[in-house]
Design a protein around this ligand. Structure first.
Ligand SMILES: Cc1ncc(COP(=O)(O)O)c(C=O)c1O
Length: 388
């Protein structure tokens, strides 16, 4: 038990003795004022000024040319896949270490998730392992690469910035270019994360965010797609609003569209939240530095760090327990829970879930190691007074 005790002691030293959840939202800005405005103007649904305002704020913050706000991050990924041209039966490369929504979005689009391994520094896709694997399993026909075994086209890749940490995006983009893969970035957890001063989500053809209640800022439920491609932005916006043609009274729809546009009510909340995003980021940075200092003193534990050139939003701080096992990890989770500290492990690798365990995959040893070894720490922005 000494390791578990040491970990709990260190957490308590950083965040204090009270009850701790993993991540809680923080509302101290214009939230009530903006929400009230949606009600007093009767504009609570998908038409209303806050939708445009919120999109402009995201564009300004991420320096992307176009933003379309969506009902949630999962549907942002789903719609991105469809709009980018991923077709039925195409294979889409996706890490097994991600939230289930990433893989579900692929299935919704009619494509097949093909699971790839992650590395233990950023917890993102392992580019070295991926490149070797693709060389072995693919055959080129025309301008596309096909899986020799399944005969299916490998059409896209979804790099995920896990817990806000930028994955090895430079190397992944090179592989994507070589294998003619569309890049759909899952930046659901990475609003406020940068690589070489470029915002997460701006590296791929499109980038997707989530504004679920547990994220760095929230719209209640919500998401957004960012892109620099004008035609694609137009297509995404059209498809997200039931593919309705503009007309003063007729209901004319020119494709199977989706009802995925974010309501004005949610955008109003988001608009107020994003006004305080820089304060949230500052607070989370401070917390991360405190955890770094504290966990340096704990044997056999390291904190997941920002690699060179990248700046994480520190959405969730994560420890990696050396030479761990499920049993060892669970002892920590158990003791923490008894102490009212609600820690969480990393997601169960997706290829082990019942509805996804028949999907193609590479060797996923590092993912299993990550699952056995990583634990997320309480990471809310509310630990420091940032209301001024
Ligand atoms: C990595 C990742 N991808 C996708 C999603 C899906 O976002 P949402 O919950 O808004 O559908 C989430 C969020 O929960 C996530 O963490």
């Amino acid at each position: 038990m000494p390791l578990a005790k040491d970990i709990i002691k260190s957490i308590r030293k950083v965040v204090g003795k009270q009850k701790h959840h993993l991540h809680e939202p923080l509302f101290f800005g214009n939230e009530i004022k903006y929400l009230k405005k949606t009600i007093t103007t009767n504009l609570v649904s998908s038409v209303g000024p806050f939708v445009k305002k919120f999109e402009d704020q995201i564009m300004k913050f991420t320096k992307s040319k176009y933003t379309i706000s969506i009902v949630n991050g999962t549907e942002a990924l789903h719609l991105s896949l469809v709009a980018c041209g991923v077709k039925n039966n195409d294979e889409v490369l996706v890490p097994t270490i991600t939230f289930v929504g990433t893989a579900n979005a692929i299935v919704y689009s009619g494509a097949i998730p093909h699971f790839i391994d992650s590395e233990t520094e950023t917890l993102g896709i392992d580019p070295l392992k991926l490149e070797k694997y693709l060389k072995k399993i693919t055959i080129k026909k025309g301008k596309f690469y096909f899986n020799k075994k399944t005969k299916r086209k490998i059409r896209a890749i979804i790099p995920v910035h896990v817990f806000g940490n930028i994955c090895q995006i430079d190397s992944i983009l090179k592989i994507a270019k070589k294998y003619n893969l569309l890049v759909i970035e899952d930046a659901a957890e990475a609003l406020g994360s940068f690589f070489k001063n470029k915002h997460a989500g701006t590296f791929g053809l499109v980038g997707c965010f989530s504004f679920n209640g547990n994220k760095i800022m929230t719209t209640g439920g919500g998401g957004a797609i960012i892109t620099n491609n004008k035609l694609l932005a137009k297509k995404i916006k059209h498809l997200s609003t039931t593919a309705k043609i503009n007309h003063r009274w007729e209901y004319i729809h020119d494709a199977v569209g989706y009802n995925f546009r974010m309501p004005n009510l949610n955008a109003a909340l988001g608009s107020a939240q994003i006004e305080n995003l820089k304060k949230f980021l500052k607070s989370k940075r401070k917390l991360f530095i405190r955890y770094c200092k504290e966990f340096l003193k704990v044997n056999d534990v390291r904190l997941i760090m920002n690699p060179e050139f990248s700046k994480s939003n520190n959405w969730l701080n994560t420890i990696f327990i050396k030479n761990s096992s499920i049993k060892k990890r669970n002892k920590v989770l158990n003791l923490a829970q008894k102490n009212q500290i609600f820690l969480r492990p990393v997601w169960k690798p997706l290829h082990t879930l019942k509805h996804l365990n028949k999907m193609p995959r590479m060797n996923l040893d590092a993912a299993i190691k990550i699952y056995n070894s990583c634990i997320n720490l309480p990471s809310s922005a509310s630990y420091f007074d940032i209301r001024k």
